[in-house]
Every structure is written in C-alpha cells, then in structure tokens.
Design a protein around this ligand. Sequence first.
Ligand code: PHE
Length: 347
Amino acid sequence: MQDVEPIVARAFAEFACSADAAQLENAKARFLGKSGELTALLKSLAALAPAERKSAGALVNAAKERIEAALAARREAIASAGLEARLAEEALDVTLPGRRRGRGGIHPLIRSWQRVEAIFRSIGFDVADGPEIETDWYNFTALNNPENHPARSMQDTFYVDVSDEHGQPLLLRTHTSPMQVRYARMWVERFRDAAQVPPIKVIVPGRCYRVDSDATHSPMFHQVEGLWIDENISFADLKGVYTDFLRRFFESDDLAVRFRPSFFPFTEPSAEIDVAFQSGPLEGKWLEISGAGQVHPDVVRNFGLDAEHYIGFAFGSGIERLTMLRYGINDLRLFFDGDLRFLKQFS
Ligand code: PHE
C-alpha cells in the first residue's frame, strides 16, 4: 500500500496555507472528499489480503483522524482571525473627543444693546421698537427738519422706490428719533380718555441706515433713542440720567462726561455728549457718544401734547460707538464682517 505519511504532510501544508474558509474547504476536498487522496487510499484497502488490510486500515484511519483534527484546528484559526479582523476594523476609539455642534454666541453689538436695555429698564424706562422703513414725515417733518435740510438729500438717505398708502415717500430711517413721535402719539392716544397723560419714558434701540461707509461709518448701524417727557423734566435730569447710564455702562465711576452745545432741529437747547476715560489707552481723549437735548416745542406738539405743559429730553446714542469704546475695538467694519476669530472673543 502507498505510504500515508506524505499525504498527511501535504494535507497539513495545504491547510496551513489556506487563507480563508473557501480555500480550506477546497483543500479538504482534495484529501477527504469523494475523490480525495485519502478516500482513494481507503478504497484501495479492499484489494488487500485480510491480514494486511487490518494493519493498513488502522494506519489509514489514524492518518484520517490527524488530517481531520488539523482541518478542525485550521477552521477555528481562520474563523477567529476573521473575527479579530472585524473587531479591529470596527473598533471604536472611546478616548477620541466627541464632535460637538459649535455653540452660537451673542454678537458684541447685541450684548451692548441688551446691556443698555437692562440699565434703562432698571430706572423705569419702557423699551420699544419701530419700523426700519419709515415715512418721510416721521423721519424728518415731524422732527422739525425743514424741507430743504441736507439730511433729506439722496446723498445721505436711502429712499425706497415705493410710497406708502397715503402717497408718502418711504425711506430707511436715518436715526431712531422718528420713534419719539410714533411712541409718544401711541401713548397719548392710549390715555386719550384719562384725566392726564402719564409720563413718557422710553428707550428705542434699533437699526438705522445712511449712505455712508468707511472705518467709522457703516450704511447700517445701531442707535438707541431715549425719551422722557413729563411736566417738569429738565436738562439737569438729562445730565443726571445720562451720566449715570454711562458710568454703569462702562463700569467706571471716574468717567468724565461733557455736554457740548450743538444743534438738532428737534431739540432746543441741543448738546453733543462726549466721554473721556481717566485711564486706559484712550485716557483723556474726548469721544462723542450721543446727540441730545430738550425736545423742541414743535415736536412736543407733534406728539399730540400741549407744549406749555409737557417738556423733557431726548437722546440718541450710537451702539457701535458704545461697543467700540467698551471693548477697545478700532474698526467698525469688524462688527459686520462675520469673522469668527473676532466674534468668538465675545461669546
Ligand atoms: N437723531 C440724532 C442723530 O442721529 C441724535 C439725537 C437724538 C439728537 C435725540 C437729539 C435728540 O444724530
């Protein structure tokens, strides 16, 4: 009979170099399959003499068991290698930092806006807002701007192509001052049947537009209007309220505040309010922050009030300017570029 050892050796070698289950099953067929080498040897036993057949049969059976054991071992090895590979491939690195959604932040101008609101609310001012597309009447006429005032020119004001339902020219408001008139008229109307109109005390933060664009001017900018009207609100009240506001806004008690005579058609007397810091990079430099004054009697009449009995102050401050001074920002365009390197410093 043919020697079994070379067959066993070949089977072991082929199993060992089978890389996957399919190759291994093919190798198995070559030795243990119907026409496999070992099967052929088993069949050849029939031709042997009975005495010889017994010992040869024992040899072949032992070889078959060894081959089957080698096959089982290799099957297991291939299966567990496959599992290892999958585990490695699908491995989850739990030490990797998670991917977070970026957190939004509050824009520095809106921070100032909120801060201004909080300060004025704390001393009893209402907060209102109004339309950014305004009529010529509210923006100019009601505020005592003469027909030929240069602010009304196309060079300074964005006009809207359509007029309102009364044929009134429409424009993008050039300041928040039209809201003095809108708010006061709404207030007077609300208390029409009362014995007396209660004091008007409001601030109006909002967006304004002018044809103007450079490092210190943007075509869209923010103002906050203030208005306090009662029977006896004086310029001294304006000085007290506004100076207190500035000290709280800048968190500094040693701010110098200056009221410099100026002109606005809708206030008389009028002033420009300047501040100077007593320390820091801007120390001692006067910076204009606001226009203000006692509301002109013609404007009080446009409120629907008796100008002999009602008097008070108004102011209009630039929110960009307040914000630049508070944070030491030197170019106004940074507010509107949307550069996250800038914006993230405030979130
Ligand atoms: N509306 C004026 C401006 O934009 C500022 C101002 C407001 C002045 C209220 C006086 C009173 O320049």
